[in-house]
Design a protein around this ligand. Structure first.
Ligand SMILES: Nc1ncnc2c1ncn2[C@@H]1O[C@H](COP(=O)(O)OP(=O)(O)OP(=O)(O)O)[C@@H](O)[C@H]1O
Ligand SMILES: [Mg+2]
Length: 281
């Protein structure tokens, strides 16, 4: 799925390192990694549990300080040293996480979740009709019916509906970079395929850069332009989805592929949900 035209580098890292703990108990969670994310690019970071994927995501999000190394944002060293600078940076970046339940205030109904996005986007002064249209549009983008959901609480939605609501929020907020950390691991295969297709649609419509974090090399192949494979804090493989997954160089990638036989045989991706079921059967 490599796109012919990739935009300029949007965010990159050089020598990015994060340690936790001290002395005997020190963990090198991320060890001297380099990467570049281009505009409109879908990048997957694949690796086993504990390989450092979420730690990379948190450093990119500015939620965790690198121990060493640098992150570059739009060509300059990223500076989020003050509250105001951090807020500005966060206007360009959003994240969705594995557990959609954790992302919502359980006491807020769906319409206020979406209305908050309008406010954050600077549309607080719009009249009720205009707000309604915006919320309806966002729900339509993810195949949800606003009228049916607006007066529900998040806990009254299914996991798949909740993830779609997350994507509706992203559609409204229009960040330039979206980090999706295992967003599909808690939903069934069919909803998973839908979510992946919505991420692709977001990229196509908004030219968003998407960093997709997963254990699942098959999902990574399906969705990505570029794939990074991490093992114990180190990037052991990087390339286009075809290079990294169909022609891997590192033994680790070959082993990961060995764990999921058939994954790199030709897939009929029009049946992503079905193929997914077959592979997990
Ligand atoms: N706050 C923390 N304090 C101490 N160690 C941490 C902390 N966060 C992560 N680690 C350690 O850093 C390593 C990488 O963790 P990380 O959460 O980045 O892995 P991951 O690839 O996201 O795993 P998973 O697929 O299970 O989500 C692990 O060994 C983890 O125990
Ligand atoms: Mg993680």
């Amino acid at each position: 799925m490599v796109r012919d035209k990739m935009g300029e580098v949007f965010l990159s890292a050089a020598g990015l390192t994060r340690e936790f703990g001290y002395g005997e108990r020190k963990t090198l969670a991320v060890n001297n990694v380099d990467f570049e994310f281009h505009r409109g690019e879908i990048v997957s970071i694949v690796g086993e549990s504990g390989s450092g994927k979420t730690t990379v995501a948190k450093m990119v999000l500015g939620l965790l300080k690198p121990t060493r190394g640098e992150i570059f944002f739009e060509g300059k060293i990223r500076d989020i040293s003050t509250h105001a600078k951090r807020r500005l940076y966060w206007r360009s970046i959003q994240a969705i996480f594995q557990d959609p339940f954790s992302a919502y205030n359980i006491f807020h109904k769906v319409d206020s979740v979406l209305e908050d996005c309008i406010r954050l986007e600077g549309g607080g002064n719009l009249d009720a009709g205009e707000k309604f249209e915006k919320m309806k549009d966002a729900c339509k983008f993810v195949n949800l019916k606003f009228e049916e959901l607006s007066s529900k609480y998040p806990f009254e939605l299914s996991g798949g509906q909740m993830q779609r609501l997350m994507i509706a929020r992203i559609f409204m907020l229009r960040p330039r970079l979206l980090i999706a950390d295992e967003p599909t691991s808690m939903i069934d295969a069919c909803s998973r395929a839908t979510i992946l297709d919505m991420l692709l649609k977001l990229r196509d419509e908004i030219n968003m850069t998407i960093v997709f974090i997963t254990h699942d090399i098959g999902l990574a192949y399906y969705i990505s332009d570029t794939v990074y494979i991490m093992e114990k804090g180190v990037i052991v493989e990087r390339g286009t989805a075809d290079e990294a997954i169909l022609h891997p160089k590192s033994d680790y990638t070959k082993r990961l592929l060995g764990d999921v036989p058939k994954i790199y045989e030709p897939w009929d991706f029009s049946l992503a949900g079905g193929a997914e079921k077959e592979n997990s059967a």
